[in-house]
Design a protein around this ligand. Structure first.
Ligand code: BES
Ligand code: MN
Ligand code: ZN
Length: 486
């Protein structure tokens, strides 16, 4: 998809040469400055009760006399925020689904100005509207014909808007990569597949990629990660991908993504209902790959390292059992009381591994707990960090990216729940506060690191008829990392 800016000539919006014209309509009635042919359609629709000035309202008109674009879509824009723009465009673009339009122009009915944030939201909306999973579905509808999107703006807005469009394109490409990986069924998206994706990304964008095999992890002493992996016929992969955009001496941002390519629960097996959705349990890993792509595409002057412990959580004769005690890379022992609390078991070794990079900050991203979904639902990701400044920085990144998070507590009182009679800690506490005890478990492996944890169990994918990966939190993470660039 090609995104660019344009300005209108003497012909006004009616004279814009495009296959489709999407006009954003602000509150307060038919805007004064709008061209006559467009004004007439919109005013008539208002009169006929077919267009109200309220959120979600859209209108499609075909071959309007006096308008060059064959298709015109009006979409109500509630306010000037990027969030409202994304919603309005989502509704408007839905009317162009399956249309033959290749070139689309998007304009403000009242000539309102475009900010960089709006440019970014525009790309996100378009990318979301045209995304379609096809990989294992030959019968999927034909891909969208849309190839070029042009934003009608004033000449003075071009520089800012273009920057926003470019940032949006980098994020959208990253989010799409994350969705493509996560949507793939687990028999396709194995740990080896994730490793191959990382290598491919490395080749295309100049990342250094290293993949540790089972024997490498054994040598290092990753007893916790390997305990989860041992029940599966799929070999585990411990993936390390590095983007060096800043000087060698610059401390990197490290992202650690949970890469459970399928979570059966292991011997503590999950119920059958909706177990298919556990193919999305590598959503954290997918978001790390997506963020690496976005940051590399943006050629950001920052050092970024992605670490992905990848394996399957399976029950089998060789699987880890409830009550087994393992020794983590940190040397701390863990009593695995529930094999379904496997995410923390692979992340803890990755967090310890991250220390060797002397990172400025480490953020882990994981579809970690059902409890987080109960706490926050599907709108905001759970954010956990003992560091107030880091938490604020991540929350702000989420707001800017329209990929919001919400901070959860980490009081030491919650740590009590992890006591064990047979090891340094248990891998689970009681049901209550389950997302917090999971984070407290991880915290035990962060030492002096500046660390945050994102629980994306509720935000990485959608269930029901729209079942599919969302590509979150690539937006939040990319904003955060770009915010740290020189
Ligand atoms: N991958 C799941 C978390 C999950 C469950 C995400 C449902 C989204 C929807 C994780 O590995 C898990 O099974 N967690 C357990 C932890 C429990 C055993 C302490 C959970 O949340 O039930
Ligand atoms: Mn699990
Ligand atoms: Zn899991």
């Amino acid at each position: 998809m090609d995104f660019k800016t344009q300005w209108v000539g003497a012909g006004g919006l009616a004279g814009v040469a495009a296959d489709a014209l999407l006009v954003l309509v602000p509150p307060g009635g038919v805007p004064k400055g709008l061209d006559k042919p467009l004004t007439e359609v919109l005013a008539a629709a208002v009169k006929d009760g077919d267009f109200e000035f309220k959120a979600g309202q859209t209108l499609y008109a075909h071959r309007v006399v006096g308008v060059k674009a064959a298709r015109v879509v009006f979409a109500f824009l509630a306010d000037t925020s990027a969030k409202a723009l994304r919603k309005a465009l989502g509704g408007g673009l839905a009317l162009l689904k399956g249309s033959g339009a290749k070139a689309l122009s998007i304009a403000q009915a009242d000539g309102a100005s475009w900010t960089a944030a709006c440019g970014e939201a525009l790309v996100a909306a378009v990318s979301e509207a045209v995304y379609l999973y096809r990989e294992t579905k030959p019968s999927a509808p034909a891909p969208s014909k849309l190839a070029a999107v042009s934003v009608v703006c004033a000449k003075g807005e071009v520089a800012g808007l273009t920057a926003g469009l470019q940032r949006g394109e980098a994020i959208a490409a990253g989010a799409t990569l994350a969705r493509e990986c996560a949507n793939r069924p687990a028999n396709h998206c194995t740990p080896s597949f994730l490793a191959a994706q990382a290598r491919q990304l490395g080749k295309a964008f100049g990342l250094k990629v290293e993949v540790l095999e089972r024997k490498d992890c054994e040598k290092l002493g990753m007893g916790s990660f390997l305990a989860v992996a041992q029940g599966s016929a799929q070999p585990p992969k411990f993936i390390v991908a590095r983007w060096q955009g800043a000087g060698k001496q610059d401390a990197p941002v490290v992202l650690v993504g949970k890469g459970i390519t399928f979570d059966t629960g292991g011997i503590s097996i999950k119920p059958a209902a909706e177990m298919d959705e556990m193919k999305f349990d590598m959503g954290g890993a997918a978001s790390v790959l997506g963020t690496l792509r976005a940051v590399a595409q943006a050629k950001a002057k920052v050092n970024l390292i992605g670490i992905i412990p990848a394996c399957e959580n399976m029950p089998s004769g060789s699987a880890v059992k409830p009550g087994d005690v393992v020794t983590s890379l940190s040397g701390q022992t863990i009593e695995i009381l529930n094999t379904d609390a496997e995410g923390r078991l692979i992340l803890c070794d990755a967090l310890t591994y991250a220390e060797r990079f002397k990172p400025a900050v480490v953020i882990d991203i994981a579809t970690l707990t059902g409890a987080c979904v109960i706490a926050l639902g599907h709108h905001r990701s759970g954010l956990f960090s003992p560091d107030d400044a880091l938490a604020a920085e991540l929350l702000a990144a989420g707001e800017q990216a329209l990929d919001p998070a919400w901070r959860m507590p980490l009081d030491e009182e919650y740590d009590e729940a992890l006591k064990s009679n047979f090891a340094d800690m248990a891998n689970v506490g009681p049901r209550a506060g389950g997302s917090i005890t999971a984070a407290m478990f991880l915290k035990r492996f962060t030492g002096k690191l500046s660390w945050a944890h994102l629980d994306i169990a509720g935000t990485a994918w959608k269930s029901g008829v729209a079942k599919g990966a969302t590509g979150r939190p690539v937006g939040l993470l990319t904003h955060f990392v770009l915010g740290r660039a020189k």
